[in-house]
Design a protein around this ligand. Sequence first.
Ligand code: NAP
Length: 247
Amino acid sequence: MKLLGKTAIVTGGSRGIGKAIAIKLAEQGANIVVNYSSSPESANEVIRMIEAIGRQGIAIKADVSNPSEVEELISIAEAKFSSIDILINNAGITRDTLLMKMKEDDWDSVITTNLKGTFNCTKAVTKKMIRQRSGKIVSVASVIGIVGNAGQANYAASKAGIIGFTKSIAKELGSRNINVNAVAPGYIQTDMTDKLSAEVKEGLMAGIPLKRLGAPEDVANIVVFLCTEEASYITGQVFNVDGGMVM
Ligand code: NAP
């Protein structure tokens, strides 16, 4: 086990990609804080799975876009586990529509959850990691933040923002022994993509050289690697996990 005794916070750890990351980090020995915003049953199910692996877990409700809820999340986590070694900025939403139909609220909610949420959580844990002189931060961006997508201007902007944020923070925190990286998934099978129309799904599949959708575990595998000491010389990078969709 490569993460024995470490504590990881996974935002949006109740479902989909975040859930897979939480389980795989626990399999490597980490204790896990599973953050969620609206589905306690799913979050508690993840905690049961973590406990079945033999690790400790705690589910904490907090809206990542709200700085005071994030501060509260971090202090509950610290009180329970004393150190915070790993932060996974995974919580994210979509509000897809073409620009001409996009309402201010569609823009604000996606930017605030995805990008400001990443800022809020990173800022809150960074204080502790600087004191510890170690830490791993991995944010879940998207290939859409690299290549854009019609109907997803808000989402693409939020994910491109995460990429710029990741590189900047990696430069700020490198001297403090804190690694900051991002992953950019392509088309991964979760609740988020289940709601796409059959036509959109077919179009996406046509652009994937490996000819299959990704599984949440495909993303989790590289996230876990980035949290280990084996990845200690990697920072400020963005890794596509997309079956070759963007190259
Ligand atoms: P998902 O199945 O819809 O799960 C989203 C998770 O985020 C849930 O745990 C949800 O909590 C949580 N969440 C949403 N808003 C939140 C908030 N304000 N505060 C705290 N938690 C919040 O999504 P997913 O497909 O696993 O996506 C996870 C991440 O990967 C997102 O950042 C997404 O943009 C990114 N991504 C996904 C794909 C894909 O193809 N699926 C591709 C590229 C990138 P509740 O359960 O409480 O609602």
